[in-house]
Design a protein around this ligand. Structure first.
Ligand code: SF4
Length: 197
């Protein structure tokens, strides 16, 4: 039996959970309101799950010769003040987390923009004018290159949200009803399955 809603990963702070470095959240109303009726969220916070705690020292991407290749840079993940290097720990955790996500059959992922862990391609690289990919996003996209991904800023546009949902459904082998938008009736699907976050 096919689940009624596709599973979509999401950066946990976007759901309103207070997991950011300063103990706040980044609830994304437009993402939640328009996509939640159609998807089953699978929430992940790399920085909490790796054991950094909340609140915690913020981290950033920096140039490092032996860092992770990303957007023409080699980047490392370090604390902004104490300069603690999280690169290897984040990479090892991210690889294991991605393996754990694979059996869930994700059909898409909504990342938090500009996060050194979750950003897709717009994370500032300290000391440069360039941007790169957050290290968890890097591991996930590397392992699932065809998975539809977006961030909450891209999804600020209603047309982009509709397009993203269509890609999620297509990835899962479902099709939106022709001519419909983001209403519940827009999804042609199968049976029921419990919701999880
Ligand atoms: S951006 Fe990613 S790592 Fe940062 S709080 Fe949100 S889910 Fe956690």
């Amino acid at each position: 039996m096919i689940r009624s809603r596709p599973r979509v990963g999401i950066s946990r702070c976007l759901l309103g959970d207070e997991v950011r470095h300063d103990g706040t959240h980044k609830r994304s109303q437009h993402v939640i309101e328009t996509l939640e009726p159609h998807v089953e969220w699978v929430a992940v916070c790399p920085e909490v799950e790796i054991g950094m705690g909340t609140p915690r020292e913020p981290i950033e991407l920096v140039i490092g010769a032996d860092g992770v290749p990303s957007a023409g840079f080699r980047v490392r993940l370090v604390g902004v003040q104490r300069r603690e290097d999280w690169t290897e720990r984040m990479q090892a955790w991210a690889r294991a987390r991605v393996r754990a996500l694979e059996p869930l059959g994700l059909s898409g992922y909504v990342f938090k923009a500009r996060s050194p862990s979750c950003g897709i391609d717009d994370v500032r690289v300290a000391g440069t004018a360039g941007t790169a990919r957050g290290l968890f996003a890097h591991a996930l996209i590397d392992a699932m290159p065809e998975l539809p991904v977006a961030d909450e800023e891209r999804l600020g546009d209603a047309g982009t949200r509709a397009s993203f949902l269509a890609r999620v459904l297509a990835y899962r082998g479902q099709t939106p009803v022709h001519g419909s938008t983001l209403g519940p009736e827009s999804i042609r699907d199968g049976g029921a399955d419990p919701v999880s976050r």
